[in-house]
Design a protein around this ligand. Structure first.
Ligand code: NDP
Length: 333
């Protein structure tokens, strides 16, 4: 392939301190960072972290100009390590993609081949991005709850931030696996969407934290998938039943966690951290196999809306304000 091959990408520029501009530009392959794997991107997606990168959040991206996109799915153009052949279909999520390394919101990415996994049989490239990092994180959360011993017979499982990317896919996986899923949402109008995904009960966000000023709350949840953090996570831990487990992956509410030790030492509750970025490759492959197999969300086509780079701006603003339902796929070619 000609190093001068040009492609379209969304580029974020730093204009002044705390002032960032986004525009769609032509870039060339020679401008991409070094790496032994060149991939022609067919689809990417929008995650909360992408919106932070696109708006210059220093916790995600510090070097500009920059192309965000922590997810990419496409075809291998060339691979120096021999791990993949030209034409192989691959998924790339996490590591440094879309953070300081130019990401999936452009027609090509160049990365270390160790960051890519083969597209599993049972998923198309488009479907893999309907899942993306959010779906991966939801599945990893459920896997960790199961490993902690949480079973459908133990009782209800709570999913917070339920209409969002991680939440909606977690609801779908847990319901299909036989759990009674209770969803906490700020979007009462989306109760039908959540019930269609498999939620048995939809509760207002604020209900999770009712009575949370007490050191411990009434036992309710056998397990919790939390994306919100802060008071919501603290309340979820305090209301988890004896021997139950809570996964923590996000901070849309707050990065703080004010807790006491009682749920851990009196109820044996486990708090489990979830990291999709540096998740080891064996777990990574296992999660994608599950997502392509018995955890493949039945409602996958309905969970995601597709946009072009040109239409991303509105969605970036929406996700920053908690306004997205399900997932957003970005179509590159
Ligand atoms: P989304 O924006 O798609 O979903 C988040 C949902 O949380 C919203 O749709 C909303 O759902 C709810 N929400 C939004 N703001 C608030 C608030 N202030 N208080 C309470 N609830 C709120 O994001 P994602 O699902 O993509 O990501 C969720 C979180 O998980 C993010 O913090 C993200 O950074 C993190 N994450 C972490 C990963 C890891 O590896 N650890 C990987 C992927 C994501 P509703 O209206 O239904 O309540």
């Amino acid at each position: 392939m000609d190093k001068g091959t040009r492609f379209k990408a969304l580029v974020v520029e730093k204009m002044a301190e705390r002032e960032f501009a986004r525009e769609i530009r032509e870039r060339s392959i020679e401008e991409l960072p070094p790496g032994d794997l060149l991939v022609r991107v067919h689809y990417s997606s929008l995650n909360y972290k992408d919106a932070l990168s696109a708006t210059g959040h220093p916790g995600v991206t510090r070097q500009f100009p920059h192309t965000p996109g922590i997810d990419a799915a496409g075809e291998v153009v060339s691979c120096g390590s021999g791990a993949f052949a030209p034409g192989d279909k691959v998924i790339v999520t996490g590591y440094d993609l879309g953070m300081e390394t130019d990401g999936g919101w452009g027609g090509y990415i160049r990365i270390p081949s160790a960051w890519a996994v083969r597209l599993p049989a049972g998923l198309t490239l488009r479907e893999s991005m309907a899942l993306g990092t959010a779906g991966f994180t939801a599945a990893l959360s459920v896997l960790k709850l199961e490993r902690a011993g949480v079973k459908p017979a133990h009782g209800e499982v709570l999913v917070t931030g339920a209409t969002g990317g991680v939440g909606s896919i977690a609801v779908s996986i847990l319901a299909a696996a036989g759990y009674r899923v209770v969803t906490a949402t700020g979007k009462g109008a989306e109760a039908t969407f959540l019930r269609d995904l498999g939620a048995a009960e939809v509760i207002p966000r604020a209900q999770v934290t009712e009575g949370a000023e007490r050191p411990m709350m009434k036992e309710r949840w056998a397990g919790v998938v939390d994306v919100v953090g802060g008071e919501t996570l603290a309340a979820a831990v305090k209301s988890t039943r004896y021997g139950g487990a809570v996964t923590c992956c996000g901070l849309v509410g707050s990065a703080d966690l004010a807790m006491n030790v009682y749920p851990f030492i009196l109820r044996g509750v486990s708090l489990i951290g979830i990291d999709s970025v540096n998740c080891p490759v064996d777990a990574r492959l296992q999660v994608w196999e599950k997502l392509a197999g018995d955890w493949r969300p039945e409602h996958l086509p309905d969970l995601a809306k597709e946009v072009s780079l040109e239409n991303l701006e509105e969605k970036i603003q929406a996700i920053l304000h908690g306004g997205i339902r399900g997932r957003v796929i970005v179509k590159l070619s």
